[in-house]
Design a protein around this ligand. Structure first.
Ligand code: H2B
Length: 106
């Protein structure tokens, strides 16, 4: 498992590593060491296809999101349970989500 070695990002590391993701709409809610984003698709088929692609990648990375889907939306929260905060594993998964998995993003 890679999660056991996960290092909780410091405030400075988060500032650096999350800046690109913030520009794409990812957010860290006040008082919670997580990052989240709600994706909006054209329809359920695209939203659920997205969820499936991210699920397969999550298994490859052995790092899993918290999420829910309502019709054409998918709400994703990323954090690393093993370090009770954000780690580079979350950055990796978010980068995959932004880079490879959103051809049908509205
Ligand atoms: N996903 C997330 N988000 N955080 C974890 O700490 C985590 C995980 N741990 N997926 C992994 C699985 C761990 O339980 C396995 C054994 O590697």
């Amino acid at each position: 498992s890679t999660a056991g070695k996960a290092h909780r990002l410091s405030a400075e590391e988060k500032y650096q590593l999350l800046s690109d993701l913030r520009a794409m709409g990812w957010n860290e809610p006040e008082g919670q060491d997580v990052t989240f984003w709600q994706f909006h698709f054209k329809d359920f088929r695209r939203a659920f296809g997205f969820v499936v692609r991210v699920a397969l990648q999550a298994e490859k990375l052995d790092h899993h999101p918290e999420w829910f889907n309502i019709y054409d939306k998918a709400h994703i929260t990323l954090s690393t349970h093993a370090c009770a905060g954000l780690s580079e594993l979350d950055i990796n998964l978010a980068s995959f989500i932004e880079g490879k998995s959103l051809p049908s993003k509205k």
